[in-house]
Design a protein around this ligand. Structure first.
Ligand code: S3P
Length: 182
């Protein structure tokens, strides 16, 4: 499972961060710019169950969702040259954190609560963990989750940045580290 011998240049690039921060959008852009395959773990889970995530939570349950999430992350993180976007709850699982940190370059996309709360209306219907919660409870979840995003190799604060700018910043950072350390 461990591909620690993979050169820095070939390591997967993994995106973590709270729901709706832009992991999929930025991940796709980075993958395009580096000519790599893009893997969206949530999408892979939906394909496996052949239903959208809210329905998976409802019919199969969150426990099975989290198990599948773990298995898929392990599967893709043991490969190389992938760009992988994780669901916002994935890094709550220690096994997922470890496999990603050992085998990939992990970028945490960060956002302030003030910016994020304006996106809530676009996310609520497709994110079961946000449903049936008051605004105060969602804010609490936002801050509680931050600890899990502190496990990373690099963090980018995305407030006031377009996805394209975030992706370009990441590409520059990667190129610099490849030149310096590989
Ligand atoms: C979740 C985040 C979602 C998805 C699922 C659970 C979470 O992914 O995995 O709804 O617990 O934070 P995004 O972060 O892509 O929204």
């Amino acid at each position: 499972m461990n591909n620690a011998n993979t050169s820095l240049r070939e390591k997967n690039i993994v995106f973590i961060g709270f729901m709706g921060v832009g992991k999929t959008t930025v991940g796709k852009l980075v993958a395009e710019k580096l000519y790599r395959n893009f893997i969206d773990i949530d999408k892979k889970i939906e394909e496996k169950y052949n239903m959208p995530i809210p329905q998976i939570f409802e019919k199969v349950g969150e426990k099975a969702f989290r198990e599948e999430e773990k298995n898929l992350v392990k599967q893709y993180c043991s490969q190389k040259l992938k760009v992988i976007s994780l669901g916002g709850g994935a890094f709550l699982q220690e096994e997922i954190r470890n496999v990603c940190l050992d085998n990939s370059i992990v970028f945490a996309l960060d956002i302030s609560w003030d910016s994020w709360k304006n996106r809530l209306h676009m996310l609520i219907d497709s994110r079961p963990v946000l449903q049936n919660k008051s605004a105060a409870e969602i804010e609490e979840l936002f801050y509680k989750r931050q600890e899990s995003y502190s496990y990373h190799h690099s963090k980018i604060f995305t407030d006031n940045l377009e996805a394209e700018e975030v992706a370009d910043y990441i590409i520059e950072a990667l190129k610099t580290s490849w030149e310096l350390y590989d």
